[in-house]
Ligand binder design. Sequence first.
Ligand SMILES: [Zn+2]
Length: 61
Amino acid sequence: MAEDEAQTVTCPHCRREFVADLLQGDTERHRGYKCPHCRLFVPLERVEQPSAESSAFGAPG
Ligand SMILES: [Zn+2]
């Protein structure tokens, strides 16, 4: 069961890229990556997908 693949992730907190293995948690909420820069845990749902970057900065409303 060596499905963990290293992936490049952009930390939503410090905005830095890092390569990390996917952490398999007990639940989906505990799956994600850990930023080596700020030690923030980035859940999978918070990981920005590649080629999805746009100039949409800031929340509408
Ligand atoms: Zn970070």
